[in-house]
Design a protein around this ligand. Structure first.
Ligand code: IPM
Ligand code: MG
Length: 349
């Protein structure tokens, strides 16, 4: 039996998450894993219902589950209100921190059937397969922040400790070991002291992995390289905000941000979520691509060690793409709805 906490969240979160659950139920039917799904609130919908973007019941449920699947959080009502005291995003940052999810793993893979959807040339996109290890519970996201001088000045502090860098570096190096043995640390060590700590730490640890080629790249240069020569990368290791920005950029390689899954790991309970946001303009219309959420569920299966089941989900997603069963940003001529995509994938498990 596996207890799965489902935090569908806001915007298109509930729609894509229910397709992921649908696919997991199909897997369950076939492999008799015994999934039990339990829903809790997070984000704007939680603020609406309880005043708190991360109710205690949600944290408790997650801590007592085997894994968490999450949709998205965010609402335009808060984006355009700089004075808002509580924000949906606090729910997401809060659950990452509460569960100790310090490593966010975001695989970037191009699909043959999507080469023509990518804004990049096919010759650049072909064969791209890299993974970003984004630090998730430190840096500028979690440093002290505030106003001073009567509110006319604001600050967000970026801090990292050696331990915080080491623990994610170990995971990224282990991943590189089982891949093409190339790790790129992305930083801004020409300007930032935290980046120099990252470099220092990585160069020490990586000496224990003599067969891994480690290189260092400034984040501005990496942003260029991701569109100029994406096939250069194997494993990218980077801090929280650089990882946030670079993975949205990298999603353009696949052609749709609706294709990118992620897993967040750290201590006991892992969390799986698409990298896209709540896409409020698309909410309730059945136009959001559920594949990122479904592929995140596949990452959960992999995390549990159900490798065959994970592969079945990936294969069913690829089959959907090959058959043109995809939402409008991919299949412009004959778009399928969110639930049609989920139905097709689930029925091919
Ligand atoms: C992501 C998102 C979040 C982040 C937001 C919603 C707080 O952009 O998961 O990439 O910045 O981490
Ligand atoms: Mg982001």
């Amino acid at each position: 039996m596996k207890k799965i906490a489902v935090l569908a969240g806001d915007g298109v979160g509930p729609e894509v998450t229910s397709e992921a659950v649908k696919v997991l139920q199909a897997i369950d039917k076939k492999h008799a894993i015994g999934f039990a799904f339990e829903h809790e609130l997070i984000g704007a919908c939680a603020i609406e219902a309880t005043g708190n973007p991360l109710p205690a019941a949600t944290v408790e449920r997650c801590q007592n589950s085997d894994a968490v699947i999450l949709g998205a959080v965010g609402h335009p009502r808060f984006d355009s209100d700089p004075t808002a005291k509580v924000r949906p995003e606090q729910g997401l940052l809060g659950i990452r921190k509460a569960l100790g999810l310090y490593a966010n793993i975001r695989p970037i893979k191009s699909y043959k059937t999507l080469y023509s959807v990518s804004p990049l040339k096919e010759s650049l996109v072909a064969g791209v397969d890299f993974v970003v290890f984004r630090e998730l519970t430190g840096g500028i996201y979690f440093g002290e922040k505030g106003r001073r001088n009567g509110g006319s000045e604001a600050f967000d502090l970026c801090t990292y400790s050696v331990e915080e860098v080491e623990r994610i570096a170990q995971l990224a190096l282990a991943a590189a070991q089982s891949r093409r043995k190339h790790l790129t640390l992305v930083d801004k060590a020409n300007v930032l002291e935290t980046s120099r700590l990252w470099r220092d730490t990585i160069s020490k640890i990586s000496s224990n992995f003599p067969n891994i080629y480690v290189d260092y790249m400034f984040v501005d240069n990496a942003a260029m390289k991701i569109v100029q020569q994406p096939a250069f990368f194997d494993v990218i290791l980077t801090e929280n905000m650089f990882g946030d920005i670079l993975t949205d950029e990298a999603s353009a390689i696949t052609g749709s941000i609706g294709m990118l899954p992620s897993s967040s790991v750290g201590s006991k309970v892992a969390l799986f979520e698409p990298i896209h946001g709540s896409f409020p303009e698309g909410a309730g219309k059945g136009i959001a691509n559920p594949m990122a959420a479904i592929l995140s569920a596949a990452m959960m299966l992999e995390h549990f060690g159900y490798l065959e089941a994970a592969q079945e989900v990936q294969a069913a997603v690829e089959l959907a793409l090959r058959n043109g069963v995809a939402t409008g940003e991919i299949n412009k001529d004959k778009p399928a709805s969110t639930s049609e995509v989920g139905d097709f994938i689930a029925s091919n498990i």
